[in-house]
Design a protein around this ligand. Structure first.
Ligand SMILES: Nc1ncnc2c1ncn2[C@@H]1O[C@H](COP(=O)(O)OP(=O)(O)O)[C@@H](O)[C@H]1O
Ligand SMILES: Cc1cn([C@H]2C[C@H](O)[C@@H](COP(=O)(O)O)O2)c(=O)[nH]c1=O
Ligand SMILES: [Zn+2]
Length: 199
């Protein structure tokens, strides 16, 4: 990765479809900061209770302790005076104010690592991710594997019937798909799969 600057703050955005490894990458970066004896606080929107109420949990069951918040501004009151790194998962659920909050933290000299969906189930930009990516110093886009054809996947196919933009869920509600296999409305799930190295 990059040679990070010293004595100034910055924003890192990890974006991509569901199952692309955003949360794993957030956890990896936070753990490395902890190995570097940095003071870290991790946050997630309270709405995300899929795997755990408080922990950030990846689809592969990696876990990290976090503070659930309803609004991005709550981050300020949870910081210790010596906090150096802030991690935020599912940042797309925190609304436009999260952009100003991340900017303020970076201006104060903190490293801010945000992970979130860049597209909704219809393939539309998922605000406030475009705004956050515009002001970030570093943007990493992760790709999953298309559940239909095996190509790199940058979209999240909804496989349950809802037209709401926000529907919290994991496998069973969404699957990753490439642009060729994705459709902008809820669709049939692809056949279930078991991972095996040998037949
Ligand atoms: N089709 C898929 N493509 C890639 N990873 C998948 C797929 N289905 C399940 N996974 C699992 O999802 C993990 C990534 O989970 P996670 O970091 O929580 O992703 P994200 O936060 O982007 O939704 C992978 O390491 C893998 O174990
Ligand atoms: C595409 C899409 C997703 N969501 C929800 C579903 C999950 O709860 C999260 C994404 O989690 P992940 O860590 O990226 O797997 O977002 C949604 O509400 N609306 C959508 O269009
Ligand atoms: Zn495909």
């Amino acid at each position: 990765m990059h040679q990070f600057p010293k004595d100034i703050g910055w924003i890192e955005v990890i974006c991509g479809s569901m199952f692309s490894g955003k949360t794993e990458e957030l956890i990896r970066r936070v753990k490395r900061a902890l190995y570097g004896r940095q003071k870290v606080r991790v946050f997630k929107p309270r709405i995300d209770t899929r795997y755990d109420d408080t922990q950030v949990v990846s689809h592969s069951q990696l876990k990290l302790t976090s503070l659930p918040i309803e609004r991005a501004e709550e981050i300020f009151r949870h910081l210790a005076p010596d906090t150096q790194v802030v991690g935020i998962d599912e940042v797309q659920f925190l609304g436009g104010e999260v952009v100003q909050v991340c900017e303020a933290l970076a201006q104060k000299g903190l490293r801010v690592i945000c992970a979130g969906l860049d597209q909704d189930y219809q393939g539309r930009p998922f605000e406030p991710m475009p705004q956050l990516m515009a002001v970030a110093e570093y943007v990493t886009k992760e790709l999953a594997i298309c559940a239909v054809c095996g190509n790199p996947a940058n979209r999240s196919q909804r496989i349950i019937g809802s037209g709401e933009r926000v529907v919290v869920g994991a496998a069973g509600a969404y699957e990753p798909r490439c642009r060729k296999c994705h459709v902008a409305e809820p669709a049939e799930a692809s056949p279930p799969q078991t991972l095996k190295l040998f037949d």
